[in-house]
Design a binder for this molecule. Structure first.
Ligand SMILES: [Zn+2]
Ligand SMILES: [Zn+2]
Ligand SMILES: [Zn+2]
Length: 152
């Protein structure tokens, strides 16, 4: 019986890398988390597995290169990573106070691309785009409202 290889294992192999313990562990971690993780999040989760920071960092680069994960810039809270799923195109809402994130779909960029290209004299192709939205989540909003009341 042949076990079906996951799409992520296939991408690692196609990019010319071997599937190692650390790489599989990282992929599993992203699957479980189901949200973007920072280097610090990963190190915290990998502490009891005896994997050091250098190994995590090196393998993040490999997974990025193999298009298994993508890097997202969350400004103050820095670079985050999540699995790259072509069938789940989405972006993120980020709370600037607690760092909570939420996915949102339908960014509407597809319709925008055509008109952007039409107006551009230098570009003929859009390969990718990023769109993160920064705000305050409901629980932080509640907390800051009650703090304000105490001050008054
Ligand atoms: Zn918040
Ligand atoms: Zn996401
Ligand atoms: Zn989009």
């Amino acid at each position: 019986m042949v076990l079906q290889e996951s799409i992520y294992d296939a991408r690692i192999r196609d990019a010319g890398y071997k599937i190692t313990c650390a790489r599989s562990l990282l992929v599993d971690m992203f699957k479980q988390a189901n949200r973007p993780l920072s280097l610090n999040d990963l190190i915290k989760r990998l502490k009891e597995k005896q994997i050091d920071i250098a190994t995590v960092y090196r393998n993040l680069k490999v997974l990025k290169d193999a298009r298994v994960i993508q890097q997202i810039d969350f400004r103050d809270t820095g670079a985050h990573y999540e699995l790259m799923d072509d069938n789940n195109h989405h972006h993120h809402l980020v709370c600037v106070l607690c760092g909570k994130t939420e996915d949102f779909h339908n960014c509407g960029v597809d319709e925008m691309v055509e008109s952007v290209l039409k107006k551009s004299s230098n570009f003929s192709f859009i390969e990718s785009h990023t769109m993160e939205m920064f705000g305050i989540c409901k629980s932080c909003n509640k907390r800051s409202n009650s703090k304000l009341k105490i001050k008054n």
